[in-house]
Design a protein around this ligand. Structure first.
Ligand code: 13P
Ligand code: SF4
Length: 322
């Protein structure tokens, strides 16, 4: 989806518009494509060539004809784009844009974990490093995890890593027993059940939309669970007029743009903190996009042996979820 920039961008302060004009001329000069995740700040979503969830973005990265990919998301997403496009330059506006799921699943610890289950097939959520992907048989995203697990032979024992909340939800949906790596997302773990229940009592007509990285007690009382793109699609297809949204609030931008007459309510973190925003996603800014296009840095680099090993489970995912 190419984000419609014109109207909102014209309303921005002059300095912001000038940055966007400079980004535009550089992206044409460099033959660059700007890919953005739904958790990016509104202005980044508006200037991106394509906005999507992890699966959409990896598909786009696989098919782009651009010479340069500016990945406005977190490191593992840009790394996936590089694994798929070794010949292209992949830039990330801020190299520190990590992810707790990926960072807390170190390749050596994962190798030890796998060694305890030598007969297991290893399904890994895309939120992990290239080194962990290289140790996996199949990659999945929150959009296709249940479908992919359902396609695997019934008797096959499976490791699922690194998100245990997503893993438990997949177990429930598929009826399969999965051996789970004990990781979680610091953002989705922080939604307050108390705040959610208060909001549900205040808006009894509201439909609760949740990302499967949320904890089970929250998923149990949600009405619809899915990846970011599935949550947006659900808001579009549902008859409900009001939604309580249990995921990073960046997603509300697309929801409000598509459905300006519906109401979207975000859920605060525990003790009312604003930790429902992903601190890593929010490191990217328009200024940093401009700087990275000017300097052609920071670039994503991956060891070629690791890249080749990491490529096959990603390719398998793309083939299986066609
Ligand atoms: P999606 O694939 O649903 O966009 O999720 C990515 C993510 O990092 C969620 O926290
Ligand atoms: Fe990672 Fe959570 Fe941020 Fe998604 S929201 S990128 S899982 S830290």
């Amino acid at each position: 989806m190419r984000a419609p920039t014109a109207k909102r961008v014209l309303e921005l302060p002059k300095e912001r518009r000038e940055i966007i004009e400079s980004i535009d001329s550089l992206r044409h000069e460099r033959n660059a494509v700007i890919l953005a995740h739904y958790y990016q700040e509104n202005d980044i979503q508006d200037i991106a060539d394509f906005v999507g969830d992890s699966l959409d973005l990896s598909r786009k990265a696989a098919e782009t004809k651009a010479d340069v990919i500016v990945f406005c998301g977190v490191h593992f997403m840009a790394e996936t784009a590089k694994i798929l496009n070794p010949q292209k330059t992949v830039l990330i506006p801020d190299l520190n844009a990590g992810c707790t799921l990926a960072d807390d699943c170190k390749a050596s610890d994962f190798a030890d974990f796998r060694s305890k289950y030598p007969d297991h097939f290893v399904v890994t959520y895309i939120n992990c490093s290239a080194e962990v992907k290289a140790q996996s048989d199949l990659i999945c995203t929150s959009s296709n995890a249940v479908d992919l697990i359902n396609k695997l032979p019934q008797k096959l024992p499976i490791i699922f890593a690194p998100d245990q909340n997503l893993g438990r939800w997949v177990q429930k949906q598929s009826g399969r027993n999965l051996t789970l790596w004990p990781g979680s997302c610091q953002v989705h773990e922080n939604f307050s059940e108390e705040a959610l229940i208060k909001l549900m009592l205040k808006h009894p007509e509201a439909e609760v939309l949740a990302h499967p990285e949320c904890q089970q007690n929250l998923l149990d009382i949600s009405h619809f669970i899915g990846s970011t793109s599935k949550l947006i699609a659900r808001a579009c297809s549902s008859d409900s007029q009001t939604f309580i949204v249990l995921t990073e609030p960046g997603i509300l931008h697309q929801m409000k743009k598509k459905l300006p007459f519906k109401t979207f309510i975000e859920v605060p973190g525990i003790d009312g903190c604003s930790c429902n925003s992903c601190p890593y996603m929010r490191l990217n800014t328009l200024e940093k996009i401009l700087t990275c296009l000017l300097n052609m840095e920071p670039k994503i680099e991956i060891d070629e042996t690791i890249r080749i090993k990491a490529l096959s489970p990603i390719k398998l995912m793309l083939e299986m979820s066609r």
